[in-house]
Design a protein around this ligand. Structure first.
Ligand code: AMP
Ligand code: MG
Length: 377
């Protein structure tokens, strides 16, 4: 065991759970049917509405009813029928629908190819719900289907919006034209693209200085941002100031330091309604931690839970993992198999950029065979 791989690092699943729990989901109100569903007997098919009792005898067509038409325009008597489109309501007198595929048409009359039965292809008034029925209890998370249900019962809904993610790298070493002892900011553009690909509206923020006062001022000035992604400044160095500054500001630290390689220094906090994901500075760590944690925060703000991102595949060769933390290892996906890349670790952006996926390697390493993996968007 390496000296840094202590037992007090938080398990990744526990960290994901804490993050999810800290972000309230805007729950739905209770939903009650405002009227019968359907409100009248409706056709489930394009066809003709007729009286089943007339059997297979020819019917004279009176006209056609389209979805949205008042069905009382026609009354279907013996030997009569009305053309009816899906969603149109049954005219008085009719008790069955014969689909267009099951009729023969000659001029103004139609001949059913088989004997209809009363109720055929009709969605009965109230068969889905009765006016006043409880459809959904209060507090359920949003889903597309629940939004549709709310609309169906006549509730005004706000247009869904994408959560706003601000991206702010830290590090005084980041400059546009680096000397050999400086570097360019690669995390900023990487996290902007990742947040965009994961469904966020992205804001580019100024670099955060490695100085406590400036850091605090910047953190107080994040109007309109739902999630702040920072990179760097959360590790054990003398200029890793973010955890201390957040504590001093009264933020709730959800976790700091997780049992994952790369990405041990990962931090998450809440400052009022703002969620802060303090990603490690090393590019591979920043990317993989954002990939694991950002979807959870985005989904909760949007009103639901994130989908499970893990896939199962076949690892083409062994991967060593000498530490006692699970390892996410960059792989290329070739013909459906995961081929491990010779990654040099958390700073190896080159191998990360060549990878399509990252395989989950348990402590101790693994041989070729089944493996869980994440696709890299
Ligand atoms: P830190 O956690 O701030 O000590 O950063 C860890 C490592 O990541 C250092 O080598 C940093 O120079 C590097 N790093 C930090 N931020 C970035 C960035 N935005 N782009 C590329 N590398 C970075
Ligand atoms: Mg730094």
């Amino acid at each position: 065991m390496g000296v840094c791989d202590e037992g007090h690092l938080l398990d990744v699943n526990e960290a994901l759970r804490r993050l999810a729990e800290a972000i309230p989901i805007p729950g739905l109100p209770a939903m009650v049917a405002d009227r019968d569903d359907p409100a009248m007997d409706r056709s489930a098919m394009d066809g003709v509405a007729l009286r089943a009792g007339d059997g297979r005898s020819p019917r004279r067509l009176l006209g056609t009813l389209f979805a949205g038409d008042d069905p009382s325009r026609f009354t279907v008597g013996p030997g009569e029928a009305v053309g009816i489109m899906t969603g149109a309501c049954l005219p008085p007198g009719a008790d069955a629908v014969v689909p267009v595929e099951r009729i023969q048409r000659e001029g103004d009359s139609v001949l059913p190819l088989e004997s209809p039965t009363a109720g055929d292809h009709i969605r009965r008034k109230g068969e889905q719900a009765r006016a006043g029925n409880a459809l959904l209890e209060a507090g359920r998370p949003w889903s597309a289907a629940r939004a549709a249900l709310a609309a169906q019962i006549g509730r005004e809904l706000p247009l869904p919006r994408r959560p706003v993610v601000g991206v702010a790298p830290t590090g005084d070493e980041l400059v546009a034209n680096p000397t050999p002892w400086q570097i360019r900011d690669s995390n900023g553009p990487m996290l902007e693209v990742l947040a965009f690909r994961l469904g966020a509206e992205v804001r580019r923020l100024p670099r955060l200085e490695d100085e406590a006062g400036a850091l605090e001022r910047a953190l107080r000035n994040l109007e309109g941002i739902d999630i702040l992604l920072t990179s760097g400044g959360v590790s054990m160095g003398e200029k890793d100031l973010l955890p201390g500054v957040l504590r001093a500001m009264g933020a709730t630290l959800l976790f700091h330091r997780i049992r994952l390689k790369p990405g041990k220094p990962m931090l998450a906090a809440r400052l009022g309604d703002l969620t802060i994901l303090g990603l490690p500075g090393n590019p591979v760590s920043a990317y993989l931690n954002a990939l694991l944690f950002l979807p959870v925060a985005l989904a909760r703000i949007q009103g639901g839970e994130a989908l499970d991102p893990w896939k199962e595949g076949h690892l083409a060769g062994p991967v060593l993992n000498k530490g006692d933390r699970p390892l996410l290892h960059p792989c290329q996906l070739l013909e459906g198999q995961l081929h491990p890349l010779p990654s040099k670790g958390s700073a190896d952006l080159v191998r990360l950029a060549q990878a399509d996926a990252c395989a989950w390697i348990p402590p101790g390493g693994t041989g070729a065979g089944r493996a869980r993996y994440l696709l890299l968007p």
